[in-house]
Design a protein around this ligand. Sequence first.
Ligand code: AR6
Length: 190
Amino acid sequence: MSRVSVSVGGSVLELVRGDITQQDTDAIVNAANPSLMGGGGVDGAIHRAGGPAILEECKQIVRTLPGGRLPPGCAVITTGGKLRSRYVIHTVGPVWRGGVEGEDEVLASAYRSSLALAKEKGLRSVAFPSISTGAYGFPVDRAARVALRTVLDFLRENPGTFHVVRMVLWSAADFETYRKTLEELAASQQ
Ligand code: AR6
């Protein structure tokens, strides 16, 4: 089975295996880099599927950012271009440096900032990829704990804000890691 869900604070947290660019949520989240000028992985896939409008909006946003860069842990929003999602929330996760340079906190902040921005815009559903666990090298089991804890906390603290928050995992192995982690977190909180 490659879909599991739990109810939290009137919202549903879902884990699915799939492609973030195919999601029908109000927003999808992009694992971007500070330049916001595109890249590989999720970032490349989103810009390819969404078309040039997204990059044009990113260019406008970059002009307004101090130093022309989006700091890790922060988030900004553009429209979704040709995507099914109306919006793309661009966030930057931490580059893994061994786990002793605040990577957990920056990763948590990337999820929190994205959810806060979605809430501010009145969006009801958001899909995330597994931020930082590709090119940025964050170990997936540790990232899953940080990601799921942060999302669960946000849903509890903001009841009724979202209809669904979905984690979209690309590989079967990543899906399994997130599924087991969610099971452990749910068990420890009963
Ligand atoms: N849908 C869902 N997940 C995907 C998809 C997809 N279409 N494609 C890849 N993944 P990464 P990062 C998974 O590298 O580690 C970019 O160049 C992938 O298997 O996209 O945050 C940016 O510009 C992995 O599990 O993001 C930055 O420079 C996860 O998404 C840098 O990479 C994240 O992998 C950001 O690195």
